[in-house]
Write a new protein. Sequence first.
Length: 145
Amino acid sequence: MNAPFGRETIEQIIPHRDPFLFLDEVLELVPGERVVARLAVREEMWFFPGHFPGRPIMPGVIMVEALAQAGAVAALTVEANKGKLALFAGIDDVRFKRLVSPGDDLLLECTLEAVRGPIGRGKARATVNGELALRGTLTFALTDQ
């Protein structure tokens, strides 16, 4: 599968849909190894009216979810994993370094470090204009749907 590609192709890989799909485009992909994706953070996203009125800030848990979805694209484009679900098995060492607000382009990078059977781990980071917004280690479990 050749990157870049958009939501239509992303939806063929992972089961997430609006309003819970947090990837607009995959820019780089090495199946089973690495992914770089992008999310244009838009004011009309469902969580902004309540987080926070007058000062919209993207929730940290949503940023972590966006990184997990990017990592799932890397894991699920491996032929043996096609059609599976990637579920959280752990979230470690996450640090938030910058606020993310409407108008920002969130660049999501995930490098899979270890995959043993159905369990894998990846280093993830998100940036805005080259500035680190968050980083962490995500562990996932692959399962049949």
